[in-house]
Design a protein around this ligand. Structure first.
Ligand SMILES: Nc1ncnc2c1ncn2[C@@H]1O[C@H](COP(=O)(O)OP(=O)(O)OP(=O)(O)O)[C@@H](O)[C@H]1O
Ligand SMILES: [Mg+2]
Length: 602
């Protein structure tokens, strides 16, 4: 048990150490799972970006399909095939009105010889442009008989490019042949009769869908064409510019290798997928920003697989990581709270256990002391009886001899020593006798204040000579307590004598206080003496325990007092601070005797 004691004392520290280690372990584990979670969530998020890019690409493709259908339907109209004004103009206006504003810039009908073109622009104005248009890429394509029934997504002519210099264009062309009969032409010739063109704003088509697209909180979409020109981007100034150059112009401090590689190796080669790169900004924020990207191609010309745009959806990594970090922190704090709660519970259990052990030990000590006092009582009754008579005889004869011996002789001195030592023996025997004589006092009652006053008046003089200042703080109207007055008087005397002994060296203050405590009364005797060392506190009530020089104390005062108080159904406790612990001036001892109340003083 004794060997286990140091381990028991170390238990709280071991507990704290274990908790700290546990928390470090949990933290490391949390960090690892945080990394994994971040990776999974990031991949999942980027997967969603890819799905968004695919949807946007599909929408753009559908829009282009719709435009192709409109062109085809318009091409079937006899007024277009035979170029019959004014029905041609009104037919062109019908088509113009059915197409989303902004997307279609002009409808052009170039004559079969390429010499002139009828043009309807967005504002609804019709004009005739003089050619020749024979060198236009779309005309050169359309005259070939093989292209009959086909649609070209082609490049704009130089003239168109100049006219709409501020926007990226794409030209949708279809050759028309006189195939549809009408009243004026009941027998269609089947001849090539010109080219019908939609001059389209590629940027308007792309932005129609991507402008409102959102990924996460701040992510956005952009579109490039097959040359890497921005068709759509939240930064208006980027539209129509080459993505490879315009980025570097905006933030030359960043390499953009990552996004350039993604664009040239994957987006412009028609792949779809996800990736990440470092950008120089995100919306208003400027600086190196790690971003996630999902991208998907838009096949703008079903007949030419090489003609494609690419839609990208991007968002900063921090958007995903911030969310994961806050989740992680919440989980970590919850874990920490649980561990701390367990630790606190464990510690309080441990303290409770120590408290109970202490109380149990004290009980055991008290029981021990009581039984020792009881057996000592029986023994001392016998001893007192046996020794009393011989001592009385010794003292009697010493007295007789003293009377017969002249005081100034050597023999007289020796006889005096015999008398003194004999008296000391008598005192010890008397004290021992008290153990046997402690009566069952349950029926006797005492007025404590009265006994305190009586004892104080007895010791007043000796206190004065010892330079002890005496203070009595007695609560009036105290009820009577259990215990015989003489016994309690002796207890008070013992306590005061001990206090005086402790202040013998340089005086001090003695305080005697009485207080009512519900159904009990407490009397305390406090001193400002040297105090009791901690190691002795558990032994002072033991019979014969004394720190006084041989002959000065028997060590029975407190054990007798303890016996008297216990018989009265009360308790005696001590609090002490030894001078070695705090230095002289702050030390002292207070004994408190608590006794059960009998009845109110009448
Ligand atoms: N007020 C006190 N201040 C300091 N030490 C005390 C005080 N009261 C008791 N003690 C310590 O407790 C010991 C036991 O006290 P106890 O009254 O039982 O015996 P004693 O005073 O030594 O001898 P006796 O009372 O028989 O003359 C003392 O020797 C002393 O060391
Ligand atoms: Mg004493």
């Amino acid at each position: 048990m004794r060997r286990l004691y140091p381990i028991r004392r170390m238990l709280p520290f071991l507990g704290i150490l274990a908790t700290v280690l546990l928390m470090i372990f949990a933290f490391v584990l949390g960090l690892v799972s945080f990394g994994k979670m971040r990776q999974v969530v990031t991949e999942e998020f980027n997967g969603q970006q890819l799905v968004l890019a695919q949807n946007l690409a599909a929408l753009i493709q559908q829009d282009l399909d719709f435009l192709r259908r409109e062109l085809t339907v318009l091409n079937l109209s006899p007024s277009v095939q035979y170029s019959e004004s004014p029905s041609l103009v009104s037919r062109l206006k019908v088509t113009l009105s059915s197409i989303q504003e902004g997307e279609l810039l002009e409808i052009r009908r170039v004559s079969a010889d390429g010499g002139e073109a009828v043009v309807l622009d967005r504002s609804g104005v019709v004009r005739t442009e003089a050619g020749p248009f024979t060198d236009d890429p779309s005309f050169l394509w359309a005259v070939s008989p093989k292209k009959r029934g086909h649609i070209l997504m082609g490049e704009p002519s130089q003239a168109l490019r100049e006219r709409y210099a501020d926007r990226p264009l794409v030209v949708m062309a279809i050759p028309h042949y006189q195939t549809s009969p009408d009243e004026a032409h009941p027998h269609p010739t089947g001849q090539f009769s010109g080219v019908l063109l939609f001059v389209l704003d590629a940027s308007a088509i792309a932005r129609r869908f991507t402008d409102h697209a959102r990924s996460g909180n701040t992510g956005y979409a952009w579109v490039i064409d097959e040359r890497g020109t921005f068709l759509a981007h939240p930064m208006n100034s980027f539209v129509g510019k080459n993505a490879f150059t315009v980025r570097t112009q905006r933030n030359p401090s960043i390499g953009f290798e990552g996004i350039n590689a993604i664009m040239s190796d994957r987006m412009l080669t028609g792949q779809e997928g996800t990736g990440s790169y470092v950008s120089g900004w995100h919306r208003q924020a400027v600086g190196p920003i790690h971003k996630l990207i999902g991208f998907c191609p838009v096949h703008i010309d079903p007949e030419r697989p090489g003609r494609r745009w690419s839609v990208a959806v991007v968002a900063p990594v921090s958007e995903v990581h911030g969310l994961v970090a806050s989740l992680f922190m919440r989980q970590f704090f919850m874990q920490a709270a649980i561990v701390l709660a367990i630790l606190a519970g464990g510690l309080s259990l441990f303290r409770l256990e120590r408290h109970w052990t202490r109380i149990k030990k004290q009980r055991e000590r008290e029981v021990n002391l009581s039984s020792r006092l009881a057996s000592l009582g029986m023994l001392s009754a016998g001893v007192a009886h046996e020794i009393n008579n011989p001592i009385a005889i010794i003292l009697g004869f010493a007295d007789v001899l003293l009377e017969e011996t002249p005081p100034d002789t050597k023999a007289y001195g020796h006889l005096k020593i015999i008398e003194r030592q004999g008296l000391a023996c008598k005192k010890i025997v008397e004290n021992l006798g008290r153990f046997a004589r402690i009566p069952e006092q349950r029926d006797e009652t005492t007025d404590l204040n009265e006994e305190v006053r009586r004892v104080l008046s007895m010791v007043q003089n000796t206190l004065l000579t010892d330079k002890v200042d005496c203070r009595a703080d007695l609560q009036e109207d105290l009820p009577l307590v259990m215990g015989d007055p003489q016994g309690l008087q002796q207890v008070l005397l013992n306590l005061i004598t001990n206090a005086r002994g402790a202040m013998k060296k340089s005086g001090g203050t003695l305080t005697v206080q009485t207080r009512r405590m519900d159904d009990r009364v407490a009397v305390s005797v406090g001193d400002t003496g040297h105090g009791i060392p901690k190691k002795d506190l558990g032994r002072i009530f033991d019979p014969f325990f004394t720190t006084k020089a041989p002959g000065e104390g028997t060590g029975l005062g407190l054990s007798i007092s303890h016996g008297i108080v216990e018989k009265a159904g009360g308790k005696i406790t001590v609090e002490s601070i030894h001078e070695d612990d705090v230095g002289a001036g702050h030390c002292g001892t207070t004994f408190t005797v608590v006794l059960p109340v009998v009845a109110h003083k009448s």
